[in-house]
Structures are given as structure tokens and as C-alpha cells.
Design a protein around this ligand. Structure first.
Ligand code: NG1
Length: 487
């Protein structure tokens, strides 16, 4: 077989993107070749094509902090979404997913784009296109569509950001079809707003790490305004992802539970603002929990915590109680704090809103991220792992986003060599991330496979576990790749 200069160039390019040794390139080359073949079989020869990709991510620490304005510390993973595209003559977007389960989708990039059925994969593409048109990046009347073959290797509904990777890749495809581009930081902010089209009031972590990620590095990301700091990943420890096989689907109860926590944090901010305003005798405006800065309030962190404890109370609060404390009209409280971007309102949970617990997790998690960034930079991996363990406890006890299966998986991981183990992403199922000393990785993989996938899963057949074909699809070492872009 003759190897052209273009082939050599493409191989070198993939090596930079995936940050892998040359002997690990063949599977990537095979995948891209397959996607290109599928494109030509489906659409014929349309001349030159563009390839865009967007990676998923694993969040090492900083859970449920992003939408509160606090930092996160994720890294990209070498599982991604790839689009092979060619521009259309008109504004139609045709999508073919190489996984026949997802099938083909088509829509027009014009006006208010109506979503497909809830949970449909095409909605993430619509979210990106709608966002770019709404924010004036692509001019509505002049927008060009594209034809695409889409291939993904990120496990879905697993807390590894497959949905945001799809949004990011879709945006890059639409921008390429319209011969335009947006600076990555701006694009990440725009797409965080755009993804709320699917009904999750999410923060900006996933779009940011997918676009700004760096090979071999983790990123500490701050929000409002978005800014990032690269941190070299340690060489003596691997971060291993293990999928609990419990689906945390964004189109169902997970979405409602997530949105309820967003609302609880908003209500906590409102109550704390009101009580601080009263105490200080001047208005304290704070929309996000991160807006309460002790130095600006001329108090210590401890004093602020005391104040929050008083303002939020230990017990869950009924909406009527919150309304009373805010001294506002109930309809106004619902409109300002409980209403989501799609106009729906988060209902009061039967047990009331758990404001103090949510506050305590978010603020302590934010402090852990600050510390984690510093100790990771200095190479103190034991301290980093201890912070991961504390983070998991906060997610489980105060934020209540763990489940029996995640607890079993974390316990098994710690028993077999993980020095730090925690749920990652939104929770309610999905994956754990584990810090495992390099020399223990093989044993860890073998034992977790035996004790969780071959034993626990079989013994708990009452749970709805997602079936899998290969163990590598559900348990793997993470390698940070380059951020999203044109390949
Ligand atoms: P995942 O796990 O990908 O659903 C979600 C949010 C993040 C962040 C985490 C919790 C979206 C798209 N993603 O991530 O912004 O809040 O939960 O830390 O909403």
C-alpha cells in the first residue's frame, strides 16, 4: 500500500490531538477511515470534507460548583465526538449517526428551532445551532447548513459530558460550514448558555473543558468571566474511570433532581443576601453563592459561615417559610428563583428545600478545588486524593447525588488500590473517578472488574444496569487530549 504525504500528515496530526505514542495510533486511524467511508457511502463524493472533534471530560474535583460561580478541576479524556462534514447549498442540516441506534436527523437552521422529542440526540445539535444564530454569530438569513456523519466514543448518560461534547462538535461544524470561527473562551460561554436549550440549568464546566482542554494536563476553570489555568497531570498516578452502569439520563428524573439543586442554591443565595442586608444595614446584592466574598463583606470565612447557618437554618425549609423570611410575594419568589430558562417552575419537594446542606457542600467543595489545584501543581498526590475522598462525602451526604451502586463502586475501588475515589459529574449514577498509583493500575482493574462488574452487578439484578460489550468501554485509564477543534 502506498502511503501519501497527506496520510503521514494526518497521522502526525492525530498523534498531537490524542497525545499518544505512535504505536497507539492505528485504532484512531481505523476509526477516522471508517467515518470517512461512511460519509462517502451516505452522501457520495462532495469534494473536500472537514473533520471536527470534541472530547468528553472527567471532573477530578469541583462538583456542582460551576453554576454557583465557583471553580472546577476537570481534564479531557481520549473519548470524543467526531463530525465529518461538508457544507450544504442551503440551510438544511443533515445528520447521520454511525451508530444506527441513533439514526438520521434533519432540520433547518432558521428561526426558532423546535426541539425533537425530549431526550433526542439531535436536540444537542439544535442547541448549538440555535445558540450561534440567536447570539448573532451566524446570520440567520444567510446561514448554510451541512451534511454530517457523527461518531462518538463517550459513554452516554455517564457524567462524562457526552452531551456537551456533542454540542461543541456541532457548533464547530456549523461554524466551519459558514466559514467563520469564534474565539474558544467566548464560544465556551456561548455554548454553556445554548445547552440549556435541552432543559438542564447546567454550569459552564463541560463546554469549557471540551474547548480549552490541553493534552497531558488538567484545567482549573473559573467562571464569570471564564478563565483557565493548566495543571500538569502527575506521572506516578493514573486517573481511572469506572462506570456504575446506572444511567444518569438528562431527559428524566436526573434533570429534575439537578435543576432542583440549582434552585436550592439560588434560594440559599437570596436568603443569605437578605439576612446580610439586614445585618449590615445596606443592600447586599448576590445572585450566586460565589458572590459572597468574605473580604468584600469585611468578615472572615467563619463569620460568613455562621451567618449562613442562621439565615438558612438546619432543617429543610418550606417555600412558605422562605417567602416569609424574604418578605416577598410568593409568586415573585417562584418567578425569580424557582423558574427555569424554559419557563417551567421547580416544584417544592415534599421534604422542603435543603438549603443549608446544599450551601455547605458548595462552599466546602469550592475550598477543596482551590486546595486541590495547589497540591496537584506541587505534586502532592496523597493530599489531592484525600480531597477527592472528602468531595465524595460532600456529594453523598450534603448534596445527595450519590446512589447505592456508586457507593459500592467507590468502596470497592478504595479496597483495591484507589487512594482517592469519588463520583464524577452530576451524579445520580454515571461514573466514578479514581486516583490509582501507576504500579497498582493492573491489579485495580482486575479486582474492580471481578468485584463490581462480575459480582455486584450480577447480584443486584433488580437495578437497571446498562449492558456493555467490552470492559474497556466501562472502565479505563484517562489520557488528557487536546481540546476540541478542526482535525
Ligand atoms: P454532567 O455530569 O456532564 O451531566 C453536569 C453539568 C455541569 C456540572 C456537573 C456537576 C451540564 C451540561 N453539565 O455535568 O455543568 O454542573 O453536572 O458538577 O449541565
Amino acid at each position: 500500500m502506498l502511503i501519501s504525504n497527506a496520510d503521514v500528515h494526518f497521522s502526525e496530526r492525530l498523534q498531537t490531538v490524542y497525545h499518544c505514542p505512535a504505536d497507539e495510533l492505528p485504532p484512531h486511524l481505523i476509526r477516522y477511515t471508517r467515518l470517512l467511508d461512511t460519509f462517502h457511502t451516505r452522501y457520495g463524493d462532495l469534494g473536500s470534507v472537514t473533520i471536527v472533534r470534541a472530547p468528553g471530560r472527567v471532573n477530578l474535583i469541583g462538583e456542582h460548583t460551576d453554576y454557583n460561580g465557583y471553580p472546577v478541576l476537570p481534564m479531557t479524556i481520549d473519548r470524543d465526538i467526531v463530525f465529518i462534514i461538508a457544507p450544504s447549498e442551503d440551510n438544511t442540516i443533515n445528520l447521520m449517526n454511525e451508530d444506527s441506534f441513533f439514526g438520521e436527523r434533519s432540520f433547518v437552521a432558521f428561526g426558532a428551532i423546535t426541539p425533537f422529542a425530549q431526550g433526542d440526540w439531535g436536540n444537542y445539535v439544535k442547541a448549538a445551532v440555535q445558540g450561534l444564530i440567536r447570539e448573532g454569530v451566524v446570520e440567520e438569513g444567510k446561514a448554510k447548513g451541512f451534511r454530517a456523519v457523527v461518531g462518538g466514543t463517550i459513554p452516554g448518560s455517564a457524567g462524562l459530558s457526552s452531551s456537551s461534547a456533542l454540542v461543541v462538535a456541532s457548533a464547530l461544524a456549523f461554524l466551519a460550514a459558514n466559514h467563520t470561527s469564534v474565539e474558544p473562551v467566548m464560544l465556551a460561554e456561548l455554548l454553556a448558555r445554548a445547552e440549556q436549550y435541552v432543559g438542564m440549568e447546567g454550569g459552564g464546566m463541560d463546554q469549557a473543558i471540551s474547548l480549552l482542554g490541553d493534552a497531558g494536563k488538567a484545567l482549573k476553570i473559573n467562571f464569570f468571566p471564564l478563565r483557565q489555568e493548566s495543571i500538569q497531570l502527575p506521572e506516578n498516578v493514573a486517573f481511572v474511570v469506572c462506570n456504575s452502569l446506572v444511567q444518569a439520563s438528562k431527559s428524566s428524573s436526573t434533570r429534575d433532581a439537578y435543576n432542583r439543586r440549582v434552585v436550592e442554591c439560588r434560594l440559599a443565595a437570596a436568603l443569605l443576601s437578605s439576612s446580610l442586608s439586614e445585618k449590615l444595614g445596606r443592600p447586599v446584592y448576590a445572585r450566586l453563592l460565589a458572590d459572597f466574598t468574605p473580604s468584600l463583606l469585611h468578615c472572615t470565612e467563619k463569620e460568613l459561615e455562621q451567618e449562613a447557618r442562621l439565615a438558612l437554618g438546619h432543617q429543610p425549609l418550606r417555600l412558605s417559610e422562605i417567602v416569609l423570611r424574604l418578605g416577598e410575594d410568593e409568586a415573585e419568589v417562584r418567578r425569580r428563583h424557582c423558574t427555569l430558562k424554559d419557563g417551567s417552575t421547580v416544584a417544592e419537594p415534599p421534604e422542603g428545600f435543603k438549603l443549608w446542606q446544599r450551601y455547605r457542600h458548595v462552599v466546602s467543595e469550592a475550598a477543596r478545588v482551590e486546595r486541590a489545584g495547589a497540591v496537584l501543581s506541587s505534586g502532592d498526590i496523597d493530599e489531592f486524593a484525600a480531597l477527592m475522598n472528602e468531595s465524595h462525602a460532600g456529594c453523598r451526604d450534603d448534596y445527595e447525588v450519590s446512589c447505592d451502586e456508586l457507593e459500592a463502586l467507590v468502596a470497592i475501588a478504595r479496597k483495591h488500590g484507589a487512594i482517592g475515589a469519588r463520583l464524577t459529574g452530576a451524579g445520580f449514577g454515571g461514573c466514578t473517578v479514581n486516583a490509582v498509583p501507576l504500579g497498582d493500575v493492573d491489579r485495580f482493574l482486575k479486582e474492580v472488574r471481578r468485584e463490581y462488574y462480575e459480582t455486584y452487578v450480577k447480584e443486584h439484578s433488580e437495578s437497571e444496569f446498562v449492558p456493555f460489550r467490552f470492559i474497556d468501554d466501562v472502565m479505563f485509564v484517562c489520557y488528557a487530549t487536546k481540546g476540541a477543534g478542526i482535525v
